[in-house]
Design a protein around this ligand. Structure first.
Ligand SMILES: [Zn+2]
Length: 323
């Protein structure tokens, strides 16, 4: 009798929860995105080339299919680099809370890469020839981060459970010196955007080896971002600090940095690659076949939960430490 009562009670409690879906991007979905973005057809997505135009069109089509709106008049945030036409791709999901929606979280990743790599050539992996061309496909750097941002765009567009607004920004010309992110940060600053945080995804295609954390946050000591995100996940060390990131000042070397420099808000990159766990940085062999899609899907679903929590707190809990 007691069991039946408990069961009924459990059923009642369970069914009275709001209809909430946990983030559930699959490894196949992530793989499909990376397979296209890092395909030979896109020729290494160099800013100014035809391949990056195709990548931008793909991102636009994904946004459209999810119901993500353009942040500006169109998805493309266009600017010139000398005579080159360059464009970030920027989507938007408005927050659900009348007040909090004025506070904005930017989720970003660069979608450009370097075009052709110097290192051509063939290698064998398990007896098979894996690469014979010199296209730098940029699967880990940074089709992986791009896929992470697209997956989150899909999640929030489907669930509409973010009180704060979210901008999804895919940057061009990172490889030319953070030019796309610098352009967008300046443009948004000139429009007086109320930026809460900027979270950038850089090389999240392979798991770290022999680390206590699953990914690291650059500029770990500058804010409580990692601590707060771990807290939102009920984890002690899902996101950690990396000695490599500190040594090479990775905080200043990706698209989070222009946002930090211009807004002085918590703007940081999350990565699972400290170069000790990936041999093909800026190499023709940074191919889709080298990534771990089970890891990627699990990482993306986890971080999405932390972003969801970040978008819904009553106050701006993530802050820069004073120095
Ligand atoms: Zn990169």
């Amino acid at each position: 009798m007691k069991t039946i009562v408990s069961l009924i009670l459990l059923f009642f409690v369970a069914s009275s929860q709001p209809d909430k879906k946990a983030p559930s991007i699959t490894s196949d979905e992530v793989k499909a995105m990376v397979n296209y973005l890092a395909s030979d057809e896109l020729q290494g997505r160099k800013t100014g080339d035809e391949g990056i135009d195709k990548a931008a069109t793909y991102i636009e089509n994904q946004f459209r299919s999810y119901g993500v709106k353009p942040y500006f008049e169109t998805y493309r945030d266009e600017f010139k680099i000398d005579s080159i036409n360059a464009f970030n791709v920027v989507g938007f999901i408005e927050g659900t809370d009348a007040k909090l929606k004025d506070e904005v979280i930017i989720l970003g990743a660069h979608y450009d890469h370097i075009g052709y790599g110097s290192a051509a050539k063939s290698k064998t992996s398990g007896g098979r020839l894996t690469e014979t061309d010199s296209i730098a496909n940029g699967a880990n750097d940074n089709a992986a981060g791009t896929a992470a941002v697209l997956a989150m765009a899909k999640y929030f567009a489907t669930n509409k459970n973010n009180k704060r607004s979210i901008i999804f920004a895919l940057f061009t010309a990172e490889e030319m010196g953070l030019l796309g992110s610098t352009h967008l940060a300046e443009r948004l600053k000139s429009e007086a955007l109320n930026l809460y945080t900027m979270v950038n995804f850089e090389m999240v295609g392979v798991p770290l080896k022999d680390k206590k954390y699953q990914a690291f946050v650059t500029g770990y000591d500058l804010s409580n971002m990692a601590t707060k995100m771990n807290e939102y996940l009920n984890e002690t060390n899902y996101l950690g600090a990396s000695e490599i990131a500190i040594k090479y000042q990775l905080f200043k070397r990706s698209d989070n940095y222009p946002f930090y420099a211009i807004f002085k808000a918590p703007c940081q990159s999350i990565s699972s690659c400290d170069l000790s766990n990936f041999d093909y940085y800026h190499h023709a062999d940074d191919e889709p076949s080298e990534l771990d899609y089970e890891f990627m899907a699990s990482f993306i679903n986890k971080v999405t939960l932390a972003i969801e929590a970040m978008s819904n707190t009553k106050t701006k809990e993530i802050v820069m430490y004073e120095h």
